[in-house]
Write a protein that binds this ligand. Structure first.
Ligand SMILES: CC(=O)[C@@H](O)[C@H](O)COP(=O)(O)O
Ligand SMILES: NCC(=O)COP(=O)(O)O
Length: 254
């Protein structure tokens, strides 16, 4: 675990994706979580999808028993997932939107439109002592609704910014980064703890990590993919170093 003001949550979903390509036990996401802890992660994130395409119920059982880092369980707001969360009581639950046919989580929750559906889930998780986060796009209305529902945390979806960086669309990247900056500030002013994640790479992490209101970044797909070339330990260490570098340069400027 690091002493940085910016925590790194390592998402291990796609270790399970590779395992599931053949069935069986290898590679084991729990082993990846243990390695992540040694490499300087501050938390582990796992998304138990309704279709179980990567993380399984058994993975969550084993993670809860094995890891020393806090677990952030990403889940859809359904009765099935609520029962699983209440049984395990992870450190945090992040409510995310899910569509069966999507390749990945394409956007944030529309908390404003789904207020009546989401609010009881937020309430029951908070009452169980679980830290609740809503995964939303950088939009003031979504933040205000999340706060009004009782969520303590909001995770801003960084996918639009990261896609623009990957595709070399500099103007879009600049405007998406500005949206993240504004929303991070607004959310903090509302009293929300601000997290960010989705699609972050070595190239896109710096600008996101420089936003001072963020206290946690959740990063998965890129780390697991890059680990094929650089090894998991050194890939996580490099991401951690880039985060720290960005945070310390932005502190010096501020
Ligand atoms: C909610 C989120 O952003 C992550 O959990 C990430 O999406 C990994 O899971 P998928 O790639 O299956 O969406
Ligand atoms: N909530 C975002 C997350 O956990 C990781 O997303 P990604 O890096 O796998 O895209």
């Amino acid at each position: 675990m690091s002493t940085s003001s910016l925590r790194l949550g390592v998402n291990i979903d796609h270790v399970a994706t590779i395992r599931n390509a053949r069935g069986g036990q290898h590679p084991d996401p729990v082993r990846a979580a243990e390695m992540a802890a040694k490499a300087g992660a501050d938390g582990i994130t796992a998304h138990l999808r309704e279709d179980r395409r990567h993380i399984s119920d058994g993975d969550i059982d084993r993670l809860m028993g094995a890891i020393t880092l806090p677990l952030n369980l990403e889940m859809a707001a359904t009765d099935e997932m609520l029962a699983i969360a209440l049984r395990h009581r992870p450190h945090a639950c992040c409510l995310v939107p899910e569509r069966r046919e999507e390749l990945t989580t394409e956007g944030g929750l529309d908390a404003a439109a789904q207020h009546n559906h989401l609010a009881p889930y937020v309430g029951q998780l908070v009452d169980a002592g679980i830290r609740v986060s809503l995964f939303v796009n950088p939009d003031r209305i979504q933040l205000a609704v999340a706060k009004a529902m009782g969520a303590q945390v909001v995770e801003l979806h960084t996918g639009a910014f990261c896609d623009a960086v990957n595709e070399g669309r500099a103007e879009d990247a600049a405007s998406e980064l500005e949206r993240l900056r504004i929303a991070a500030r607004e959310g903090r002013e509302m009293g929300l703890e601000m997290h960010a994640g989705h699609g972050i790479t070595f190239e896109s992490v710096g600008p996101v990590a420089s936003i001072p209101e963020f206290v946690e970044l959740n990063i998965g797909h890129f780390l697991i993919g890059e680990a094929i070339f650089g090894g998991l330990d050194s890939t996580i260490r490099r991401m951690r170093a880039l985060m720290d570098q960005a945070r310390s340069s932005s502190t010096q400027i501020a």
